[in-house]
Design a protein around this ligand. Structure first.
Ligand SMILES: [Zn+2]
Length: 107
């Protein structure tokens, strides 16, 4: 059995190894030894997700963490049960753009 398809899962927030091993013949060429997974490590889960939501754009592996309040305001929907949401690049850009203030741009 070839072991080269075994990769170490890393936390998407701090990029530390989570201790999980991934065994997938498909990820090998793309990610080499480390693979970002949507599962943050315990530390980041407590630090960021106790009051926030992790947003991931899988295409480019960009991530953002926004607060529960910001999520509710911007998406106008319930918080995801696991505090993790996936989006595409355009949504990510929109999330990372600060919302315009109420008075700005008024003539
Ligand atoms: Zn982490």
């Amino acid at each position: 059995m070839d072991k080269s398809f075994v990769t170490m899962a890393v936390c998407p927030i701090c990029h530390k190894e989570t201790g999980d091993l991934l065994m997938d013949t498909k990820v090998r060429d793309v990610f080499e030894r480390y693979t970002m997974t949507p599962s943050p490590c315990q530390e980041c889960r407590e630090k960021y997700l106790s009051n926030g939501v992790l947003i991931i754009a899988p295409e480019t592996s960009r991530i953002a963490v926004i607060t529960d309040d910001a999520f509710l305001r911007r998406f106008n929907m319930d918080l995801p049960p696991k505090k993790i949401a996936f989006c595409d690049e355009r949504v990510m850009d929109w999330i990372l753009t600060p919302p315009p203030t109420e008075t700005e741009g008024q003539p």
